[in-house]
Design a protein. Structure first.
Length: 136
């Protein structure tokens, strides 16, 4: 990963080039700053009732409503994990389910559609745990 970053400037890194994969890795590394490494994160899976989409995400916040743009949603499940573990698991799940990710051009959420699914990919915590024990 050292090859993906220019020298460290204060607390941020600058990616070398505009590769989408480099940007994703950079985003994950920024999300787990030193002050968050010992915190627990919430891996969550929700259904947005107004846009009929599922979202898999991770949050360091206690209240999901702040993280979910105050849109109406139903919590399908959530799991508390150490910050780095939650971030890595979320990343692996998104890669695993990439073929099922929403591909439309309409921007459904303020920050975009990268974590949205039109079908229920992980309906229960039991299914999540089954995936976690597999070779994602």
């Amino acid at each position: 990963s050292d090859l993906l970053y220019a020298p460290k400037r204060k607390t941020t890194f600058t990616p070398l080039g505009g590769c989408p994969e480099c940007k994703k890795i950079l985003h994950r590394k920024r999300a787990i700053t030193e002050n968050l490494k010992n915190k627990s994160f919430q891996l969550y899976y929700v259904y947005f009732t107004d846009i009929k989409m599922y979202k898999l995400g991770v949050s360091s916040q206690d209240k999901l409503s702040k993280r979910l743009y105050h849109k109406p949603y139903e919590l399908v499940w959530s799991l508390i994990l150490p910050a780095e573990e939650a971030s890595n698991l979320e990343h692996k799940l998104h890669i695993h389910f990439r073929p099922l990710a929403y591909q439309g051009t309409t921007k459904l959420l303020k920050d975009g559609n990268t974590e949205l699914y039109s079908e229920n990919i992980i309906p229960t915590l039991e299914k999540l745990k089954e995936l976690m024990s597999s070779d994602l």
